[in-house]
Design a protein around this ligand. Structure first.
Ligand code: IYR
Length: 227
């Protein structure tokens, strides 16, 4: 066992050392699972217990983060009136985007295959809306504000884990980013140091759910070995 001098507490870390074939079997199974995930816009209103949201946030909360500051906050909303208020406010912004020309033609063309529009009716259907907030600063018990680092990277990774945790439970979501998102801080009474990051409508897919027939880019485009 290596003995190092530390200025702060360290603990041994010995995850199981798996034989390569076992590791490959495991990652193939993980890949099949990840590959089966799709973003969903047609949800069932069937209830989802709060415990599922808690587990998804536990998983998100394992993400690596800049200086281990964990600069995320997940706010879970099930109350129908609040969900409806979020829908109304999101649609006001999205109408300005789609119908008011705030989305340029090139962007609009890129979105065409997804058939998205200003209607965010799913926000009224889902049993849960979870809004992830990013903390550029975090208040400390002494009242000071601690600066956070690599906030976008950290919160993005946490949200990726959150999405995968939902998928593991057979739940569906959508990385919804109504733009601008300041209305979420107001509606959910969030403090100024929290910035709305992603809105996750969460539920089971509708019985007649469909998704765009999209392809993932091949590994040859996603990966290059250098040298
Ligand atoms: N925020 C809008 C527009 C939108 C933008 C992108 I990039 C998408 O991949 C999907 C939608 C909306 O939610 O409709």
């Amino acid at each position: 066992m290596a003995v190092r001098e530390h200025t702060h507490p360290f603990v041994a870390y010995q995850p199981p050392r798996r034989p390569i074939p076992e590791g490959l079997d495991r990652v193939r199974a993980l890949y099949d699972h990840l590959e089966s995930r799709r973003s969903v816009r047609f949800f069932s209103p069937d209830p989802v217990p709060a415990e599922c949201i808690e587990w998804a946030v536990r998983c998100a909360n394992t993400a690596p983060s800049g200086a281990h500051h964990q600069p995320w906050k997940f706010v879970a909303v099930s109350d129908p009136a609040t969900r409806h208020a979020i829908r109304v406010a999101a649609e006001i912004e999205e109408r300005r985007n789609y119908d008011g020309g705030r989305i340029p033609a090139e962007w609009r063309a890129a979105l065409a295959p997804l058939e998205t529009d200003a209607d965010k009716g799913y926000l009224d259907v889902v049993p849960w809306i979870v809004v992830c907030f990013a903390e550029k600063h975090t208040p400390m018990p002494d009242g000071s504000l601690r600066k956070n680092y690599y906030v976008n990277e950290s919160v993005g990774i946490a949200c990726g884990l959150f999405i995968e945790a939902l998928h593991t439970m057979g739940l569906a979501t959508l990385t919804h980013t109504p733009n601008p998102m300041a209305f979420l801080s107001r509606l959910l009474g969030r403090p100024a140091h929290e910035r709305p990051y992603i809105v996750f409508p969460i539920g089971y897919p509708a019985d007649d759910c469909e998704v765009p027939d999209l392809r993932r880019k091949p590994l040859t485009e996603a990966l290059e070995f250098f040298g």
